[in-house]
Design a protein around this ligand. Structure first.
Ligand SMILES: Nc1ncnc2c1ncn2[C@@H]1O[C@H](COP(=O)(O)OP(=O)(O)OP(=O)(O)O)[C@@H](O)[C@H]1O
Ligand SMILES: [Mg+2]
Length: 233
């Protein structure tokens, strides 16, 4: 579904992604792992064209996204939840969800607000609350739900377990499993190996903008030296 091919991305002169390649196949949940500064967020931004790769291709559904404006990347069916949740704090939960609404897309789940409330019961309870009166975890859930209102084929979640209470982290893991069961393809970035293993089918580890590992969690467990070298445990 998504194929990142030898991508090089920079911030000014700083060379961040160094020929990064990987694939995400339809229906799988992939975890992009790596330490602080490894390049996880830059990878997601390079898919969204918020950072424009200087070399390489980002193939999605057979078309190269490199050079497309970010709103077109979103319209082509990639939902993106950045590290810093961006809800509209003065709008209610319902209004935030309506803002995200896009037409149904062939091959992607077509979400209704009622279905999203089944997946995110906290949001249902708080549907008339304004965003600013919600906890960090609830804001994170709302950002994901609003992104799903766009009916994406592929969902990119940048560190969904970061900075939220442990009980919400567990809910978040259940949520991601539900989304996969509904047929969504998901890529998460994570530093939390435990969370990644609980939700993802496969791990991709990067360091210094280069891929260091790509395989199952069983394969990763069989190579503890890789975990020790590239992940903080
Ligand atoms: N806007 C920016 N301008 C310049 N350098 C940046 C910018 N954003 C990130 N970097 C640098 O790019 C490198 C990769 O950062 P990135 O945010 O992609 O890492 P990350 O793996 O997402 O880390 P974290 O786990 O802390 O979120 C780091 O060295 C970082 O300092
Ligand atoms: Mg990051």
């Amino acid at each position: 579904m998504l194929s990142v091919e030898a991508v090089h991305s920079y911030y000014g002169k700083a060379h961040i992604l160094d020929g990064l390649s990987f694939e995400v196949r339809r229906g799988e949940v992939v975890a992009l792992l790596g330490r602080n500064g490894a390049g996880k967020s830059t990878t997601m931004k390079s898919v969204m064209q918020l950072v424009r790769p200087r070399q390489g291709r980002v193939m999605f559904q057979g078309a190269d996204l490199v050079g497309e404006p970010s709103y077109r990347v979103a319209k082509s069916g990639i939902g993106y939840v950045p590290e810093d949740r961006r809800i509209f704090t003065d709008l209610t939960v319902m209004e935030n969800l309506e803002v995200g609404r896009q037409p149904a897309r062939k091959g992607a789940p077509d979400w209704t607000i009622e279905q999203l409330f089944d997946i995110f019961p906290n949001l249902k309870e708080r549907r008339t609350n304004r965003g600013k009166h919600m906890s960090g975890g609830e804001q994170q859930m709302l950002t994901i739900a609003r992104t799903l209102m766009g009916n994406p084929l592929l969902l990119l979640l940048d560190e969904p377990s970061e900075g939220i209470a442990p009980v919400i982290v567990e809910q978040m893991a259940e949520t991601i499993k539900t989304l996969k069961a509904e047929g969504l393809t998901v890529m998460i970035s994570e530093q939390n190996l435990h969370f990644a293993r609980a939700v993802a089918d496969r791990a991709i580890i990067i360091e210094g903008g280069e891929k260091k590992f790509d395989g199952s969690f069983a394969e990763l467990e069989a190579q503890p030296e890789i975990r020790d070298a590239y992940l903080s445990v």
